[in-house]
Design a protein. Structure first.
Length: 272
């Protein structure tokens, strides 16, 4: 939520925010609050953690002076571009209830992922390319975890929420994006699904209403130790038809990729 002094539009969050030299507004993204203050020829930004969902009160106490970052402008005013992003590492999530995929079976799962907030400064009269990233931070601080074997793996984030077989709109939160995975077992053996990797760096974000969705990832498991084949649709899932693209992938891929998606909870060897 954006609070006055100078909101761009009622309830707006993502997009362009013109900032006058004496303007100020608050960006409330779940438990994260970001203060933005305009000064002649300068923009000042300070993040704060409310510990819970912010209430958007404009009279809240500003952060201490030493916490503000200051950005000098080539002119007197600037526009801020605020965009969501998925986390910068692989995400590890457990299904709400573990299940098995029989050979030839498929299933869809949905996970709610805390988004990152990106703020770019675009000086008055300049192109977007002439601006710069002023801030990027998570709406929720996630715990580190390891994904893969002892000898082959990667540093990842652990998702505190569970993946579900059905999407529940009532559980939506503005600082969360819904990631959809379409899982297919093309191996000759049943596939246990008790821990999953979501490679959000390759996913786009779409906005429908006030709900963020990623494009759907189609994950084909063929029993290979080299990992599953992951195909990215580049379009929102059917539940978010006609949603608007608001963020491109951090790391675009052209024809999909192969990477470990499944892993048994009690063993480091895991599956692909």
């Amino acid at each position: 939520m954006v609070s006055p002094a100078h909101p761009p539009a009622p309830g707006a969050l993502w997009g362009l925010h013109p900032l006058e030299p004496a303007g100020r507004f608050l960006l409330d993204v779940g438990p994260r609050r970001i203060w933005v203050q305009g000064h002649p020829g300068e923009v000042r930004i300070a993040p704060a953690d409310t510990g819970e969902a912010s209430d958007g009160q404009a009279h809240a106490t500003p952060p201490a002076p030493e916490t503000w970052s200051r950005w000098a402008l080539p002119g007197k005013t600037a526009t801020l571009r605020v965009t969501p992003a998925l986390p910068d590492r692989t995400l590890v999530v457990t299904p709400e209830q573990a299940f098995h995929l029989l050979p030839g079976a498929s299933a869809r799962v949905f996970a709610r992922v805390p988004i990152w907030i990106q703020i770019r400064i675009e000086p008055e009269g300049k192109t977007a390319a002439a601006g710069g990233m002023a801030l990027e931070m998570p709406s929720v601080t996630l715990s580190d975890t390891w994904w893969g074997s002892v000898t082959e793996g990667e540093l990842a984030y652990w998702l505190p929420t569970s993946a579900r077989r059905e999407v529940d709109p009532a559980r939506h939160r503005p600082h969360m994006a819904i990631c959809s995975l379409h899982l297919l077992n093309r191996s000759a053996a049943p596939l246990p699904v008790d821990r999953l990797a979501i490679r959000g760096v390759h996913l786009s974000l779409f906005l429908k209403g006030d709900v963020l969705w990623s494009d759907e990832a189609r994950v084909v498991y063929q029993g290979s130790v080299e990992g599953s084949q992951i195909e990215l649709s580049g379009t929102p899932p059917g539940e978010a038809e006609d949603a608007e693209l608001v963020a491109s992938p951090r790391v675009p891929v052209q024809r999909g990729l192969r990477a470990r998606t499944f892993q048994r909870f009690l063993t480091m060897a895991g599956q692909g």
